[in-house]
Design a protein. Structure first.
Length: 296
């Protein structure tokens, strides 16, 4: 994978609190500096494409996202170890309960079949495919492909990386193999939340899944200048074994429960005890009234 693509951290919690409050509603309702008339607002929504709306609505990492690190990286000492383990199990349980509840709410009637299905196996396959497509597109500078694969939160820095490349340089990326296939790829987090205030018509749900992918990747640079003749830049060919927590996100229609196309939000690091304490504060600091809006 090209070196310029850096993981997205979950540590910018204070900014994310305000971003989650304002951004998620702005994605659905527009900037509230002025109050447009109902007709104007309806026309604006009709003009906004589904892709643009979905991309805006899912460009925020959902609060309470917990990506468990290996047990070897848990805090030392019995008390901090089991406290951190408890926090992980608590979040895992809440997320696990949330999914079947959401599936139940998608039933048109008590005895009918649910309209929504989780399809975890397909999610993992999609994560692998999009991860590979994104890395290949970034290497060759395919901006059109990146627009289709990434949400705006990730797209902007990737396009900047492409534009900042020196002229006469070409980049290659190759997935050599997947590693530790007995354990990876693996779903590390699965969340479904309402995207905005339920009083806003047609507000979608947001589904977010974090898939850990272990792979060996090769990257190389080519010199396409007149002198270089397309030869490999000495020392540029490198291989690396990586474990990446790839965040996939999409929207779900609140009426039909049809799911939009998956997009990549970015990658997140494993959650540390310090990260989680700050993340808990982020969730707790959301006003109770606002927090109720994002519950199913």
């Amino acid at each position: 994978m090209p070196a310029a693509r850096q993981p997205f951290s979950v540590s910018a919690h204070a900014a994310r609190g305000a971003q989650f409050r304002a951004g998620i509603n702005r994605a659905m309702t527009g900037t509230r500096g002025t109050s447009p008339s109902p007709k104007t607002e309806t026309a604006r929504r009709q003009q906004q494409t589904g892709v643009e709306q979905s991309s805006a609505a899912v460009s925020i990492l959902l609060p309470g996202t917990f990506v468990r690190p290996p047990l070897s990286r848990f805090p030392r000492g019995a008390k901090p170890f089991f406290r951190f383990l408890y926090e992980f199990l608590r979040v895992k349980f809440m997320d696990a309960v949330q999914v079947p509840i959401f599936k139940y709410t998608s039933k048109p009637s008590l005895f009918s079949r649910a309209l929504w299905k989780r399809n975890n196996a397909n999610v993992v396959l999609t994560a692998k495919a999009l991860h590979r497509q994104m890395s290949e597109a970034l290497a060759v500078g395919d901006k059109t492909a990146l627009h289709k694969i990434c949400v705006s939160q990730l797209l902007t820095p990737l396009l900047g990386t492409i534009d900042a490349r020196p002229k006469g340089r070409r980049y290659g990326w190759e997935l050599v193999r997947y590693n530790q296939s007995w354990y990876y790829p693996r779903i590390m987090s699965h969340k479904i939340l309402a995207a905005a205030d339920p009083s806003i018509p047609d507000s979608p749900y947001i589904r977010q899944v974090v898939v850990a992918i272990a792979s060996r990747q090769r990257r190389v640079e080519y010199d396409d200048s007149p002198r270089g003749g397309g030869r490999v830049v000495p020392g540029s060919e490198k291989e690396a074994d990586l474990v990446e927590n790839v965040v996939l996100t999409c929207t779900i229609n609140p009426h039909t429960y049809a799911q939009d196309e998956w997009r990549i939000f970015g990658t997140v690091k494993n959650t540390t005890p310090d990260d989680w304490e700050t993340e808990k504060l982020l969730v707790e600091n959301l006003d109770k009234d606002e927090l109720e809006k994002y519950k199913i």
